[in-house]
Design a protein. Structure first.
Length: 265
């Protein structure tokens, strides 16, 4: 039997019932992977994060969607740091996580925001498969630019076009196209985005930190500025304060605990 502290945290939140919910499980040792996956599936959140303290003072961090383990998750990393700082009373203003994507730092800023220090993943130009354009419900002439890093990356002309998208998620799932970022210049922020990942068990993610590893270098180059503000246009929505630092990006926002409890399986 496993019993551990469990928290539901809203990351990149702008107020109650906004931002991206993440589950955070505080472990002392790793159970088998099947158990981790079943916990994430039962939680039903876009991601559940699990971390274990290391002798170095760092933490080993992993992320699971309801369907798969993933290589990088921003909002659940922010949520995990929030738990350490605000629920477990970590004295330092920096936490270091060791992960499949390398060393990830989260800094507590004087503004109250938490800032992720993540790898930069600029997109490389690539033509879109016609069936992907169709599944997303895009007109063929709507795409301003397309490319790919970890995820497909599609630029549209206006914020309203991003907001109006109604993808066919069954068609996207059948394509097995991994994940898709849709973005455009923002009306009240520098850029906006949406993120679709049906193959990971998440049709639309509410606020996606890892997608901003690609969004930030693209828009910093386009706008010729390293400091940017962004909004993800999901149903819940989220606000991100961004900075491009060449091979790294800073992604900052707030987090709030919604549920504190204990998980037993």
């Amino acid at each position: 039997m496993i019993t551990c502290p469990f928290f539901w945290v809203d990351a990149f939140t702008m107020g109650p019932f906004t931002g991206n919910p993440a589950g955070v499980c505080v472990l002392t040792a790793w159970p088998d992977d099947d158990c981790l996956q079943k916990i994430a599936q039962q939680n039903g959140l876009a991601e559940t994060a699990f971390f274990v303290p290391l002798a170095s003072g760092n933490y080993h961090l992993r992320w699971f969607t309801p369907a798969v383990e993933i290589d990088l998750c921003g909002h659940a990393t922010l949520a995990s740091a929030h738990v350490l700082f605000n629920e477990l009373n970590l004295a330092s203003d920096r936490v270091i996580f060791e992960s499949i994507s390398g060393e990830l730092r989260v800094n507590r800023l004087t503004s109250g925001n938490l800032a992720l220090d993540f790898p930069s993943r600029p997109p490389n130009a690539a033509p879109l498969p016609a069936e992907l354009v169709t599944a997303l419900g895009l007109a063929s002439n709507a795409v301003v630019w397309s490319g790919r890093a970890r995820d497909w990356f599609i630029v549209l002309a206006e914020e309203a076009e991003v907001l109006a998208l109604e993808p066919d998620f069954s068609a996207l799932l059948a394509l097995d196209t991994e994940k898709v970022i849709i973005t455009a210049p923002g009306e009240n922020v520098d850029f906006v985005s949406r993120f679709f990942a049906p193959t990971a068990g998440v049709d639309e993610d509410h606020v996606t930190g890892s997608a901003h590893c690609t969004l930030i270098p693209y828009w910093a180059d386009q706008l010729n500025r390293n400091h940017l503000e962004a909004r993800q246009l999901s149903r819940r929505g989220g606000h991100l304060v961004c900075e491009w630092q060449d091979d790294r990006v800073s992604i900052a926002g707030t987090a709030k605990t919604y549920i504190r409890g204990e998980l037993t399986v």
